[in-house]
Design a protein around this ligand. Structure first.
Ligand code: BMP
Length: 399
């Protein structure tokens, strides 16, 4: 970590405080808030090989994580079922989905890798990562594809609404809801995205709307317009007044109820997309030099509306105004490594000393016997949170 004279303010701010600062993507703001409320800075890396295993793991650890990281290309039977299942669990248990794709190609190719093919990542993963070695067009190309996907999603939802003009207070029995009242959780979330074709034009979306029965139609009243609905999806999520609750550990029932209510109010993730730049790696002998890392930071600053932060081994916030989120893989409860160059640091080392924000843990959790996975996730959650609190305490002592 940098010498104390150079330490960046974000190191000693709570996740909640950071969520309210400018210079954040909407997703970064949502994620910091989620971490603060849910009290977990744990991302589980779900490196399993079937949809059933993936969904089972997500179900088991969901309550303990802020992000679930996937490698979709190692799932033998990846399909719409995988996407629907992930979206449903992530919405219910409140975590973001991060596809660890490590894009690294010319812009035109990676736009297709992001949006097309059997994985069509942009449809279901809020977060992706990319290496910067091909040049900064990786960022702009992905940002452009993400923008199109968001626009298509919003168009599709709008069309869905307009396609059901007389809908269906009768169908739904929900005669107390209008579009104004329809910005509730279920309507703005990733789940809406399950079967949205990001490449569809308005006509296709309209066909889709014809096919759909029920939920979206059920919230539309005859006299309302579609614009209110679309507004609820894309902009920066409105933040409630300053988060007051301190990040202390407590498990009494009242506190748990309060947390549940705040999480419910936070709602599901907005339909947005953000990028993490692969700035440093955990593997032995990797070729990501300090100069390369510095270039990542430079280009992240130039693209703050899309780059949420970094995959790195230490915080890279250096300048005033930096509020990037750093996620760190290569974490276990004891230092060590594997037979293929992986190197492990502890949560204490990366969060308390290195100043990073989220620990990424794979085998430390999914490698535990099935009956112990939930407990393993809880252990990492506690270790990550304790390290964060230790860093905050160190900050208070410095003042
Ligand atoms: P594990 O905790 O089992 O070693 O898994 C680490 C996960 O993080 C893997 O999915 C790996 O692809 C990813 N990862 C990493 O280990 N180091 C990096 O520098 C970047 C990664 O994405």
């Amino acid at each position: 970590m940098a010498p104390s004279s150079q330490r960046h303010p974000t190191l000693y701010q709570t996740y909640g405080e950071r969520s309210e600062q400018p210079n954040l993507t909407p997703l970064a703001s949502y994620l910091l808030r989620l971490i603060h409320l849910k009290r977990t800075n744990l991302c589980v890396s779900a490196d399993v090989n079937t949809t059933t295993e993936l969904l089972q793991l997500a179900e088991e650890v969901g309550e303990h994580i802020c992000v679930l990281k996937t490698h979709a290309d190692i799932i033998d039977d990846f399909s719409d079922r995988t996407i629907r299942g992930l979206n449903e669990i992530s919405r219910r248990k409140k975590f973001l989905i991060f596809e660890d794709r490590k894009f690294g190609d010319i812009g035109s190719t990676l736009q297709q890798q992001y949006t097309r093919g059997p994985l069509a990542i942009v449809k279901w993963a809020s977060l992706v990562n990319a290496a910067l070695f091909p040049g900064p067009a990786v960022i702009t190309a992905l940002a452009e594809a993400a923008q199109k996907a968001i626009a298509a999603h919003n168009t599709s939802v709008s069309t869905d609404i307009s396609a059901s003009p007389a809908a269906s207070l009768v169908d739904s029995g929900r005669d107390d809801e209008s579009v104004e009242g329809a910005s509730d959780d279920d309507d703005d979330d990733e789940d809406d995205d399950d079967d949205d074709d990001i490449d569809s034009d308005v006509a296709e979306a309209s066909d889709l709307a014809e096919d759909r029965k029920g939920r979206k139609q059920s919230v539309v009243s005859v006299s309302t317009t579609i614009s209110t609905k679309t507004e609820a999806i894309s902009p920066q999520p409105a933040l409630r007044p300053t988060l007051s609750r301190d990040s202390t550990q407590s498990s009494d029932a009242e506190e748990a109820e309060e947390v549940a209510a705040e999480l419910a109010e936070l709602g599901p993730p907005p339909f947005h997309r953000s990028l993490l730049l692969l700035a440093q790696m955990s593997s032995a002998g990797n070729l990501l030099t300090p100069d390369y890392t510095a270039q990542c930071v430079h280009h992240a600053r130039r693209n703050r509306d899309f780059v949420m932060g970094f995959i790195a081994q230490q915080s890279l916030n250096k300048e005033a105004g930096d509020n990037f989120i750093t996620m760190t893989p290569g974490v276990q409860l004891t230092q060590g490594g594997d037979a293929h160059g992986q190197q492990y640091n502890t949560p204490q080392k990366v969060i308390a000393e290195g100043g990073t924000d989220i620990i990424i843990v794979g085998r430390g959790v999914y490698g535990a016997p099935v009956s112990e996975r939930k407990a393993a996730a809880l252990k990492y959650r506690q270790a990550g949170w304790n390290a964060y609190q230790q860093r905050l305490r160190a900050g208070r002592q410095r003042r």
